[in-house]
Design a protein around this ligand. Sequence first.
Ligand code: PSU
Ligand code: MN
Length: 305
Amino acid sequence: MSESAKPILSDDVAQALTEGRAVVALESTIFSTLGLPAPANADALELCKQAVLDQGATPAVAAILDGRPHVGLSSDEEKRVLQGTRKVAERDLSVAQAQGWDVGVTTVSATVALAHAAGISVFATGGIGGVHRGSELSGDISADLDAIANHPVITVCAGAKAFLDLPRTLEYLETVGVPVLGWQHDWFPAFYTRSSGLPIPHRVDDERVVCDVLRLRARPATGVLLTVPIPVDDEIPESRINAVLTAALDSSARAGVTGPAVTPYVLERIEKETDGQSVPANLALARNNAAIAARVAVALASPAV
Ligand code: PSU
Ligand code: MN
């Protein structure tokens, strides 16, 4: 990333980084109208920030504001992000700056890039994008996967939603050399459900091991994916959610939605099809991911004993 694209840091984030304290980056698409309906998006933002603070780390929300990349926002800036409607993936970072976008909300791919540029090693989100079902025809593979492979950041997520092709998503991560870890769990999680039925490549039970995986990985430029299953009490039964996901995908295909519009469209359909019951589950897992990410960030910032 060029000098001009260096993100603007909030004072608390800049100070934490200078002092070598734990910082957790957060993406902003999930907190915008593209990720969650209002007012749940504002609740999600507060819950995630508080979860990071409770572990003794500093939260750093990424976004584009007035054509400049930011990492760490003031409360006025957060309010603008909650209303955001323009999605910024990694490739869009330069466009958003060149065209001076008023508000751009960053996806996983843009946020890992900005975290890397800011010197932040841990990032929390809800679910990552992945290989879409039917990608052999549509070619739709989220830029999140290559970005995780190309930035030295630990991404903490609840796996990916089962409207994606999860076996192919795991195969892709293997091909691009991303270590995929399961937090105290043996299965790749599927967002609303704790298990996709796909075994996790490597289970980890301790944040120190996650730090060591980052430190010792074969390709220093590559990131790490740490998956955390949704808490047991917040899980939505697979039988229930699968029918909803299929209906949402069918609706997206019928409407002819393509490109970056696919994921927000499907997310909105899922909310409608579950009468909003998917939303508390989404909040619970996002908050849990932020807490685990903060534990990892604190371990990274403290010398090994
Ligand atoms: N999956 C979710 N919620 C989200 C997203 C994905 O369950 O909010 C967002 C994230 O910002 C992710 C992006 O990085 O969608 C992926 O978009 P695409 O599939 O267009 O790459
Ligand atoms: Mn896509």
